[in-house]
Ligand binder design. Sequence first.
Ligand SMILES: Nc1ncnc2c1ncn2[C@@H]1O[C@H](COP(=O)(O)OP(=O)(O)OP(=O)(O)O)[C@@H](O)[C@H]1O
Ligand SMILES: [Mg+2]
Ligand SMILES: [Zn+2]
Length: 335
Amino acid sequence: MQGNVFRKVERDFSVKRQHAQSDARTFKKNVYDENPELAEIENKINTIALKSAKSRIFSDNLSREVEQEKLEIELAKLNRDYNDKLKELGLTKKDFEPKYECEKCNDTGFIDNKMCSCFNQELINEAFKQSNLSKIKEENFETFDFGYYSTCSNKEKYGIEKSPLENIDGIRKLAYNFSHNLDDTQQKNLLFTGSTGLGKTFLANCIACEAIKQGKSVIYQTAPILLDKMVDYKFRFNKTDSEREEYDKIFDVDLLIIDDLGTEAMNSAKFSELFNILNTRLLKNKKILISTNLTPQEIKREYEERIFSRFVGDFLVCRFVGEDIRLLKKKIVSK
Ligand SMILES: Nc1ncnc2c1ncn2[C@@H]1O[C@H](COP(=O)(O)OP(=O)(O)OP(=O)(O)O)[C@@H](O)[C@H]1O
Ligand SMILES: [Mg+2]
Ligand SMILES: [Zn+2]
């Protein structure tokens, strides 16, 4: 989990707590403004409590006991009056307490130094937000539909012996294992190739969702945006802390998903950024998933030997085959 995710959630919790407390103060003040007798009783209660504390410290034994008894009777009466008055208004003392979202930890996020489940859940939610994945709720292993992949093999058409269904079944298993083995040094990175609409981005989302559920940090970005941003950052003169953090994250997150490689207009600055990302992350054993419409041969040609020949052994190539699911979906809708 990223440090900035943790800090953000910590800040959010602190704000949430302060809001609950200030809402409670405001509510009490409004009730007291409308019912000044409540404030009067409370003042009296406070005065007596103070007197009682003083007498406990300063009086001698006998007079202390008498005094304490008297004060306790007074105090009990005042408390009764106070509660009666509240009851008349349809309230109880509890209504003046802050309304925390989580009653277990009072929105502190921790119980006896252990993380509360609400805080943990918020870390996951925040990680989802920061991963730049908006479709993750719809596109995950639970919603994965095999129905779009044909059971008929066609070597001429698809270039492989297996049917699209057998093929995707293998890739899906591999993807699932990948999402659970991000830290494993033996685990290779993934390269999804295949023409448009075959489910590459969908499966990348499945992996991201699963990884985040394991507490891993994920960034998803399309190659054109990612490389533009990085080059832009490199050449910017004044860099803010948050820009620097954003940039560093590209190298540090547990999983970086680069989608649509091959759709950007390349230049030497972008080549060098791409090389830098791959090289740095591989050295740190941080996993990468690349998705592209290009074939491995086209990648070699377009991205020059100097980038991919270095990394070829570090990637498992998953070839997606089948029919364009976007078209299949349209056909189903228009039927
Ligand atoms: N296994 C699946 N189950 C259900 N829907 C799917 C599945 N795979 C893909 N889809 C849907 O099919 C459409 C195309 O899928 P996706 O965007 O993943 O294709 P792609 O291979 O990334 O295409 P491109 O190369 O154009 O980016 C999307 O609407 C997606 O939600
Ligand atoms: Mg895609
Ligand atoms: Zn809690």
